[in-house]
Write a protein that binds this ligand. Structure first.
Ligand code: BV8
Ligand code: ZN
Length: 308
């Protein structure tokens, strides 16, 4: 399945950066100034420079398990001990991490433009901790800090539970020991149901209210621009939002450290007058390039002092 980011383009992925990046930035700035309705689709690469592993490449393996194999209802049903150790380790890492400048830049753009909406595939909670206005932030795949009961007869769910560890048995992230279900997180309401992380697992539908809110944004008018930040665009339906913007002749700006494997005809784009240009590609760390790209609207972004 070709990723949404590749479209019958073939070019030398490695043009002389200096000139292009500066020229690209100026040309993108004029596009940004003339765009009123803006979307951002973000992925694990947004949080990479906050120290959190991505899904592809080395970060995609946890104890030799492919992260995507553990993020399924079947994995949880067959080995809740392993899956809870996986999610407990990710909760710990996310709690340790701090939002980076790109998280803050998107939050500031939301405050500057009421018609800006961030669609995050990330479950790490860093956009929330960067004070991104919550009514302009949709968690497509849930959150590590939401929990819900797995019992069919119980509808208990809770959000923003940052307790760590959730049970003493999950205290030691290095322990590979099997944890009996009795020592795994249980539902405080029905007392018998096993709790699970409030994330969307593969094969599960995205939250209905989230899908509806994203559709409502499209129904309210043309999306002029989508920022595609730190995502491989390999998971659906999240990746399809880029197609939807393209389908209505919206413009696309890609922020990715690994542009090389995303074939893009940068050369042929650079020469085009800005008004005709449909795509920008910023190769590099999102934490560096997103703030630069959004500067005309949000000004300079500084990280807040580390709170003690
Ligand atoms: C569903 C939560 C139906 C859990 C996640 C159509 C075609 C093919 C397949 C499908 C299809 N439709 C559905 C499917 C199946 C499946 C799917 O997409 N499979 C893929 C693998 C082919 N989709 C589903 O199952 C979805 N559900 O379809 O339900 C349904 C409907 C009704 C009733 C029943 C069922 C649910 C998908 C959601 C799964 N949950 N996360 C958890 O996190 O544990 S997905 C998870 O993986 C993330 O949320 C994210 O979405 C994805 C990882 O992708 P990225 O975030 O992009 O990360 P990745 O590592 O891949 O890439 C990082 C990028 O960043 C790289 O490009 C790298 O170069 C770049 N980068 C790195 N560092 C930096 C950087 N960029 C900038 N700066 C840096 N510093
Ligand atoms: Zn319950």
């Amino acid at each position: 399945m070709p990723s949404v980011l590749s479209r019958s383009d073939a070019a030398d992925p490695d043009p002389p950066r200096f000139i292009d990046m500066a020229a690209d930035l100026a040309s993108f700035h004029s596009c940004l100034r003339s765009s009123s309705r803006i979307l951002a689709l973000v992925g694990a690469g947004l949080s990479a420079s906050s120290g959190l592993p991505t899904f592809r490449g080395a970060g995609g393996l946890w104890r030799n398990h492919d992260a995507m194999d553990l993020a399924t209802p079947d994995a949880f049903a067959s080995d809740p001990s392993l899956v809870w150790q996986f999610y407990s380790a990710r909760r710990a890492a996310a709690l340790q991490a701090r939002p980076n400048k790109a998280h803050y830049a998107l939050a500031e753009l939301a405050r500057c433009n009421s018609q800006f909406l961030t669609l995050t595939q990330n479950v790490d909670g860093l956009s929330v901790r960067a004070n991104h206005p919550l009514d302009q932030l949709l968690h497509l795949h849930g959150s590590l800090f939401d929990l819900k009961c797995t019992s069919f007869y119980c509808d208990h769910s809770e959000s923003n539970n940052t307790t760590h560890p959730l049970t003493p048995a999950l205290a030691n992230p290095e322990s590979h020991a099997y944890i009996p279900s009795a020592d795994l997180p249980h539902c405080p309401q029905c007392r018998t149901g096993l709790l699970r992380p409030g994330v969307v697992w593969f094969g599960e539908p995205l939250p209905y209210d989230v899908i509806r809110a994203a559709d409502a944004f499209f129904d309210q008018g043309k999306v002029d621009l989508i920022l595609v930040i730190g995502t491989s665009g390999s998971v659906y339906p999240a990746a399809s939002y880029v197609d939807r913007v393209r389908a209505q002749n919206g413009k696309v700006a890609i922020f990715n450290i690994d542009v090389d494997d995303l074939d893009s005809d940068e050369e042929s784009l650079v020469g085009l007058p800005d008004s005709e240009r449909m795509k920008w590609v910023f190769k590099g760390d999102a934490a560096e390039w997103v703030p630069k790209a959004l500067e005309p609207i949000i000004g300079k972004i500084d990280l807040p002092e580390e709170s003690s």
